[in-house]
Design a protein around this ligand. Structure first.
Ligand SMILES: Cc1cc2nc3c(=O)[nH]c(=O)nc-3n(C[C@H](O)[C@H](O)[C@H](O)COP(=O)(O)O)c2cc1C
Length: 200
């Protein structure tokens, strides 16, 4: 790692491209930690839909626990861990809500099975509600397949939401061939990233 690298986002995008070339399945996801209404922590894996500017784009349902938590408290930490390139990034910052038109556009690219599950939340039972048994879900999905036989027939759900995790603090941990870590901390102030090297 080069200490002159002052744009951690560029570094993240480059590392991610390398990880994707190496078929690192972790490169398509991230872990998002939030604070629950009672102040306790929550963490879950999510698809990392894109990185642009300082923003990391994620999608969820407004029925989900994470959405309710973020509405209550926009505090979060995003964790990226890409084993193929031996990189960990921890990201904090502001939270921005994606315009609904963009959320719907990206939903159009989702696989058919995901779209049907989104319809299930809307037409049968909300996400996270108690399911009598797995067969109830599978039968409903079959009915939805009959109702919407092709991907283009599936109407976009109203409950889908998109968020931008806009970074203003990033900690990068690099592991070199000798397994000695390098720890870099970046904070964004006055339109610039400031860099500090920390004891790993
Ligand atoms: C590989 C993978 C990708 C996932 N992607 C998403 C996602 O993009 N959005 C989402 O809401 N949940 C996603 N999930 C499910 C979440 O991890 C979680 O189980 C679910 O959203 C409920 O979390 P919550 O109750 O904290 O909101 C994904 C899970 C896995 C294992």
């Amino acid at each position: 790692m080069n200490n002159d690298c002052t744009d951690p986002i560029l570094e993240i995008v480059t590392s991610r491209q390398r990880a994707l070339v190496l078929n690192d399945i972790c490169a398509v996801v991230c872990s998002l930690a939030t604070v629950a209404v009672d102040g306790s922590p929550r963490v879950r894996v999510m698809n990392l839909n894109g990185i642009s500017g300082r923003s990391f784009e994620l999608h969820c349902s407004e029925q989900s626990g994470k959405w309710k938590e973020l509405v209550q408290s926009p505090a979060y930490e995003l964790l990226l861990w890409w084993p193929s390139v031996a990189r960990q990034y921890r990201i904090r910052g502001e939270l921005e809500i994606m315009p609904q038109s963009l959320v719907q556009q990206s939903w159009l690219r989702a696989p058919y099975s995901f779209k049907l599950l989104d319809r299930f939340y809307e037409e049968y039972q909300p996400l996270g509600s108690q399911l009598q048994n797995q067969q109830v879900l599978l039968s409903a999905i079959n009915s939805l397949k009959t109702k919407y036989p092709s991907e283009q027939d599936v109407p976009p759900p109203k409950h889908l939401r998109g968020i931008y995790c806009k970074a203003n603090w990033i900690e990068a941990l690099y592991i070199d061939n000798l397994r000695i870590h390098e720890r870099h901390c970046y904070s964004y102030t006055d339109h610039h990233w400031r860099h500090e090297l920390l004891v790993p």
